[in-house]
Design a protein around this ligand. Structure first.
Ligand code: PLP
Length: 449
């Protein structure tokens, strides 16, 4: 018998342990199906997917090309291991990614989620220094950034910097040099960028002998609240890592796959990292798939005869899964067929128009954007930037209002994130931003009066 909505609601609350959620306060939104940029819940309610189902969905849900590719793959094989075995779809995907990524980022290690791709990158960099041409096994430490999010494994929380998620696990984490990252809102952008690069240089000058890699979310710190870096910072980080012989790991799990307007975020500043990590949108947001893509220099350091025991000791049962690879291949096909990147400037511009209006609101401190990533930060006082007490959960209330008015969005504290599928229409952008404007009015002005 098909369960009722009420049963599903009750079972979800009782049996399913949700991510990053206080289950005592959890109220489910149960999605039954989806179409294009809309989700449909068990009550038949249609909601614009304003955060691309956690920043993953690129071309909309149930895209015919991606659906068909997965079905075709199902007709061949759903899963084979990539341990001592391979499959034609995954091989073709690796070749295509190597061709698409800049320079000689040619060697693809597949995993199933963003955290694992970063974990691989951290291990790849660590081991590289033991066995590269000019070994420096003392390079065992990392530079990470305050508030950066790279996943939830012990390795990724060590290089990450979101204290509220990580504090309880502190005893398990390895020590990392953690630096602040510049925020482009700081009035004197140049000084801020240069000042932060100077801090990085000081740390590198002092510790480079022991540092394996700098791990960075290029351009935008996502989970921190969509904090956007000033132009030139990423380029500066790359120049410094090269100057001090330290690897650069670019975590493009959130900003990759067209999100910033170019296929990869690093391309915005003509940067080629040593390891590029992708996830989320890699499979169009359809199936679990991520990748750590390394340069030939790193790949070569791992080559040797069997006795050299240089292989990376890492792997997951479903790494390189053929169904996920088929979804990823089709995702890349759609980028080409629909010329997705060429459609973005007009959409980015439309979002910008809405944001400039929202920025004037008496309870909006900042409305910011990088490509198809936008954020509206709620504050108590527009002039001073004073925040609301976090316990009042204004961001959550805005999202609840939006949910009642046909829009699914998720806050990061009091920052409202707008990250629709790249396939979102102009009309959907208008609806989304208008609902958010009304929600902000409803939540903040009704409180003030
Ligand atoms: N890196 C970044 C920049 C992310 O935003 C995320 C997730 O939001 C991750 C890594 C972790 O990805 P996953 O949740 O797939 O493990």
């Amino acid at each position: 018998m098909t369960p009722t909505s009420q049963q599903l609601h009750d079972w979800d609350k009782h049996y399913v342990w949700h991510a990053f959620t206080q289950m005592a306060c959890y109220e489910p939104l149960i999605i039954e199906s989806a179409e294009g940029c809309e989700l449909i819940d068990t009550e038949g309610r249609r909601l614009i997917d304003g955060v691309s189902s956690m920043w993953c969905n690129v071309h909309g849900h149930r895209h015919p090309t991606i659906d068909a590719a997965i079905q075709t793959q199902l007709g061949k094989v759903a899963h084979v291991t990539n341990l001592g075995c391979s499959n034609s779809t995954t091989i073709q995907l690796a070749k295509r990614l190597a061709e698409l990524t800049p320079a000689d980022l040619d060697h693809v290690f597949f995993c199933s989620d963003g955290a694992s791709a970063l974990e691989v990158a951290i291990k790849l960099a660590f081991q590289y220094w033991h066995q590269c041409k000019n070994p420096k096994p003392q390079k065992t430490s990392y530079i990470g950034f305050e508030d950066a999010y790279h996943g939830d494994t012990i390795g990724t929380i060590s290089v990450g910097g979101v204290d509220r998620f990580n504090a309880v696990f502190q005893p398990l984490m390895f020590p990392v040099h953690r630096l602040p990252i510049p925020d482009r809102r700081v009035p004197n952008k140049e000084t801020s960028c240069q000042h932060h690069l100077q801090m990085l240089e000081e740390t590198l000058a002092k510790h480079h002998e022991s540092i394996a890699a700098v791990v960075i979310e290029p351009l935008v710190l996502g989970a921190a609240g969509m904090i956007m870096q000033p132009a030139g910072y990423l380029r500066g980080v790359r120049d410094l890592t090269q100057k001090y012989d330290v690897l650069m790991i670019a975590d493009e799990v959130a900003v990759g796959m067209g999100r910033t307007g170019t296929m990869f975020g690093c391309q915005q500043e003509d940067v080629v990292p040593d390891i590029l990590c992708l996830g989320k949108g890699l499979s169009g947001g359809y199936l679990p798939m991520s990748a750590a893509i390394a340069t030939t220099e790193i790949w070569n350091a791992y080559l040797g005869d069997f006795a050299a025991a240089k292989q990376l000791c890492h792997g997951h049962t479903f790494g390189g899964n053929p169904l996920s690879a088929a979804a990823a291949m089709a995702t890349l096909d759609v980028f080409e067929q629909e010329d997705t990147l060429a459609q973005l400037p007009a959409k980015i511009q439309r979002i910008a128009q809405h944001l400039s209006r929202l920025a004037e609101h008496p309870h909006v401190g900042d409305a910011r954007q990088y490509g198809m990533i936008a954020a509206v930060e709620l504050v108590k006082n527009h002039e001073t930037g004073e925040h609301f007490p976090w316990t009042e959960r204004h961001g959550h209330q805005v999202c609840q209002y939006a949910l009642q008015h046909g829009l699914w969005i998720r806050p990061l504290g009091d920052v409202i994130v707008i990250m629709p599928p790249l396939a979102v229409s102009m009309e959907q952008i208008d609806t989304m931003c208008e609902v958010i404007a009304r929600a902000v009015d409803h939540v903040t002005l009704s409180k003030a009066s």
